[in-house]
Write a protein that binds this ligand. Structure first.
Ligand code: UDP
Length: 381
């Protein structure tokens, strides 16, 4: 069987890396499975893409669709057109999409319109916040895909409530956490560590990139001021997302304690996360990594699609109002932060489980036969 694996943006790369490793391992064991890696080009520069391929040992993509930039609709359309061409030229038995980025949605639509089955990794999670482009991507992807690989029982239950048959829901765990475990003994101290006199347990880590938090400079500066007010005596390491950089360039916010750096590579970021006092973020994936590493995490959003990070993890939903932050920082300073535990099946073996399911469902498809069929397929009009 041939599996086309899609990746487009930063949070996809740590999710596909273990899947590709597991496919390669199954192939080494003599199973008839191969993959084709498609990079849509949604994130394209070295800091948001190239570095992750190098650090996570992801092979060079078989094709880069070079669909970076543009509005939501422009990018969705560009990826759909380019991915349709790719599927016609190299028809797989199944497409794997991960997460909730524009490429996830666009590639799912193109594949389904060509009657190619799609498996969604990280299916069934919902924030309930329809102002997030990611929520729309999740809902549309899950409404038309064929197989649902879920990170929690909660996500599976939500899919069942939405009418998805139990036999298409596969509770496998979290491939992002596979990557975390695979790289824990390879972490790298960032180059600025000594220069900025950082020491373990003494600094906060900050990431912000949700449009609702960073596009308006007044809101962004209110957040930075609230964070600085509540963290006196501590440095704040702030790898600045390109979207946030745009706003900060006009706002020109400076503080000696706020260490603004470019986005850092995965191995450096996890090093920073593992050693920080707490992480303040509006990311989804980082709340999962903080939970597994038992690092206090404050989420600057009103909702989360990952409730397990709050219910049993180290995450607290602070909200999108900068004024909310102070009591949480006080709680941390008093040593009162909860200890978390690790959600079920977040054990580093998720990608193996995914490949087992794929082999069970599509394992009888012969690789060479599939490639012959691919040449005969034309566009459905
Ligand atoms: N990350 C990274 N470098 C950074 C910031 C984040 O490697 O400077 C990693 C982080 O460890 C996690 C992923 O990027 O694995 C999360 O991506 P992001 O916050 O962009 O996306 P989200 O999870 O919110 O969709």
């Amino acid at each position: 069987m041939l599996v086309t694996v899609v990746a487009g943006a930063r949070p996809n790369f740590m999710k596909i890396s273990p899947i590709i490793k597991a496919i390669k391992a199954a192939r080494r064991d003599g199973r008839a499975i191969d993959y084709r890696l498609v990079h849509t080009g949604q994130h394209f520069d070295q800091k948001m893409s190239g570095e992750f391929f190098e650090q996570l040992g992801i092979p060079q993509p078989d094709i880069n669709l070079e669909c970076g930039g543009g509005t939501q609709a422009e990018q969705t359309a560009a990826v759909m057109i380019a991915f349709e061409r790719e599927l016609i030229a190299n028809r797989p038995d199944i497409v794997i999409v991960v997460g909730d980025v524009t490429s996830t949605l666009a590639c799912t639509i193109s594949a389904k319109k060509l009657c190619v089955p799609v498996a969604h990794v990280e299916a069934g999670i919902r924030s309930g916040d329809m102002t997030m482009p990611e929520e729309i991507n999740r809902i549309v992807t899950d409404s038309i895909c064929d197989h649902f690989f879920t990170t929690t029982i909660h996500a599976g239950n939500l899919l069942k409530e939405n009418g998805v048959d139990q036999d298409r829901i596969h509770f496998v765990g979290n491939t992002m956490i596979d990557s975390l475990y695979q790289n824990l003994d390879r972490l790298t101290q960032p180059r600025f560590w000594d220069e900025r006199r950082l020491s373990s347990g003494d600094y906060f880590l900050l990431t912000l990139h949700r449009p609702s938090n960073v596009d308006d400079s007044t809101k962004l500066l209110e957040f930075l001021n609230a964070i600085l007010d509540g963290t006196e005596g501590h440095k704040i390491v702030f790898p600045v997302h390109p979207r946030t950089r745009k706003t900060l360039e006009t706002a020109r916010f400076e503080s000696e304690r706020l260490i603004q750096v470019d986005p850092v590579g995965y191995l450096e970021f996890i090093y920073l996360l593992k050693n920080c006092r707490a992480v303040i973020t509006d990311s989804g994936g980082i709340t999962e990594e903080a939970t597994v590493l038992n690092v206090p995490c404050m989420t600057l959003r009103d909702s989360t699609e990952r409730p397990e990070t709050i219910e049993i993890g180290t995450n607290e939903l602070v909200g999108a109002d900068p004024q909310n932050l102070a009591p949480y920082l006080t709680k941390l300073a008093k040593g009162g932060w909860k200890r978390g535990s690790i959600p079920e099946l977040w054990d580093g073996k998720t990608a193996e489980r995914i490949v087992k399911v794929l082999l069970r469902e599509y394992g009888t498809h012969d690789l060479n036969l599939n490639r012959t069929v691919a040449k005969k397929v034309s566009v459905v009009s």
